[in-house]
Design a protein around this ligand. Sequence first.
Ligand code: COA
Length: 318
Amino acid sequence: MGLRILSTGISLPKTAVSNDRLATMMNTSDQWISSRTGIKYRHIASGDENLTSLSIAAAGTAIERAAIRVSDIDMIICSTMCGDYVFPSLACCVAEALGVTCPAFDLNAACSGFIYALDIADKFISTGRSKHILIVCAEMMSRLCDWTDRSTCVLFGDGAAACVVGEGNAIKYINLTSDGHTHLLYQQVGSGNSPFRPQKEPGFLVMAGQDVFKFAVSKVGQQTELALQALNLTPDDIDLYILHQANKRIIDSARARLEQPEEKFPTNIDRYGNTSSVTIPLLLDELLEAGSIKKGTKLLLSAFGAGMTTGTCVMIWE
Ligand code: COA
């Protein structure tokens, strides 16, 4: 016995920022951003919106839809690259707001975080240690980006997506990797205020865009093929490919390699940009709400992110 996803919920900052609006702030254009990435809008936090508030809203919807009591949650895993505090973890902030006392911790596998969280949750449920686990992916990329660097800041967005998982047998395959190319995509912290070493200010997100693009195209393809081979499936056997929403061209290249029709590769990158580990559960939530995923739907989830990490999962919806 492993897990199944009982429910999902999402929460986005109220401000949606268009490419045209960004073009009033920096030397860019809707034409460049849309043609290179497929992105039209991204949500950016403002006012008192923070990761804890977004996480609680997404978690609240997921818990309500799962029709469980808050006290039934026996573990909280948050996937985030940077919570509201260095410590305590975002997961502990969520636990406090929900009023639950259970193990709660953050994990950082960058954009692959949701699949890493699913794998950990699967292991806790399959060993009987947990019955209901709340997974929350929450990212505030707008805090991490250098808003004077047009080659990166236009790509990302903020948001949160949650799911409640319980006992089931939905996961048929899951594989996690990390390749140690840490220089392709990173953000350095400062040196702190130690009197014993030189002061260094924290940095902003740095990305070697074309190298990340090449990594993604080759790795997503390779990992997808490995998953299909392991289950003795062909690309046609998968109903929906839920890929990390980083760039529409990366998704299109995976689709071309597998020779699959466009409708099997749903996207929402046009509305949200790259929300890191949030993209996959955000898309899952939209597809569930639209009725596109039903009992028996065969899904292949695939993500890649800083590290460089990847996560690939095949599940049959229960
Ligand atoms: N608006 C207008 N022009 C821009 C721009 C912007 N926002 N950002 C960069 N440019 C310019 C560059 O300065 C460059 O100009 P030049 O030719 O005069 O030097 C030109 O556009 C091409 O830049 P380049 O970096 O070669 O573009 P690209 O086609 O590789 O696209 C990315 C850039 C970032 C969209 C693409 O590399 C990418 O998507 N990489 C993967 C990123 C990713 O997936 N990250 C998430 C990992 S989880």
